[in-house]
Design a protein around this ligand. Structure first.
Ligand SMILES: Cc1cc2nc3c(=O)[nH]c(=O)nc-3n(C[C@H](O)[C@H](O)[C@H](O)COP(=O)(O)O)c2cc1C
Length: 250
């Protein structure tokens, strides 16, 4: 049986529990104060594994997670998180990082680890050619300029065509989208394990990158403080705008 078929069969046998999902989503809050209950390594490892099951573009997995455990690094990381309570009281502090530089290596790795052997030609072509064309920018974006011109011509002549990535910022957005989905999986997984989290955009990225030894091709998408919620860990009742304002059926 092919992998695809096996996966579909498994999905039809095992129907996920909607109520359990609702409970995980609805009980997740941004928790700003945690108790001193530790998160066991095995629990965190499972949460990170679930984080990495997030959907991601072409399965290129341009994310990384830095669990800041050493006492000295933690002290500096907390300071870089502007001494927020969510960092200060966290049992674990995690940097979710998007990588802009490893799409090529990961494309090759996908082909090495592809679960169908031999790898179908169209999959090989996709990772060797389509992905390369999508991301390649060349020195001073010279390849991007050629791609841009070609895309305009094709779009006019043949209709819709997916825009490739032209600039560093395009690739950064791409990698960030992927890493943010993993971050959300991570926070929901923590909740499902009975723990809590707080995503933090309020941190000094250059200082945090220096601390973690990260270069220009690493972008810290968010810091996540995690632990068990303290009684005073939630600051106010959760509320959201009316869906009528934000959901458009077109
Ligand atoms: C990208 C991002 C950055 C955030 N940054 C911070 C932060 O620096 N500090 C903080 O206390 N909460 C931060 N939050 C949490 C939000 O304030 C919170 O999600 C929002 O108020 C809704 O509350 P809820 O998560 O409890 O539903 C951030 C959330 C996101 C998604």
């Amino acid at each position: 049986m092919s992998i695809d078929k096996a996966d579909r069969t498994a999905a039809s046998i095992h129907t996920p529990n909607l109520q359990a999902f609702r409970e995980v989503v609805e009980s997740r809050r941004s928790v700003r104060r945690f108790t001193d209950t530790p998160i066991p390594d095995a629990v965190l490892a499972d949460c990170l594994r679930l984080a990495m099951l997030a959907p991601n573009s072409s399965n290129l997995q341009p994310w990384e997670f830095y669990v800041i455990d050493s006492v000295d690094s933690r002290k500096r990381a907390i300071k870089n998180c502007m001494n927020q309570n969510a960092a200060k009281t966290s049992a674990r502090l995690i940097a979710v990082v998007a990588r802009t530089d490893n799409w090529h290596d990961h494309a090759k790795q996908v082909l090495r680890e592809y679960p169908v052997n031999p790898v179908p030609k169209k999959v090989k072509d996709y990772y060797n050619k389509v992905v390369t064309l999508d991301f390649l920018r060349g020195p001073v974006n010279i390849v991007s300029a050629a791609k841009w011109g070609t895309i305009q011509v094709i779009r006019r002549a043949k209709g819709p065509i997916k825009s490739p990535y032209y600039t560093f910022d395009d690739v950064k957005n791409w990698a960030t989208n992927n890493a943010a989905l993993a971050a959300q999986n991570l926070m929901l997984a923590l909740r499902a394990h009975g723990f809590d989290s707080c995503p933090m955009g309020g941190f000094d990225e250059p200082a945090m990158k220096k601390l973690l030894g990260l270069g220009d091709d690493h972008h810290i998408v968010m810091m996540i403080g995690a632990g068990a919620r303290a009684d005073n860990g939630i600051y106010h009742t959760q509320f959201r705008f009316d869906p009528d304002q934000l959901v458009h059926y077109v």
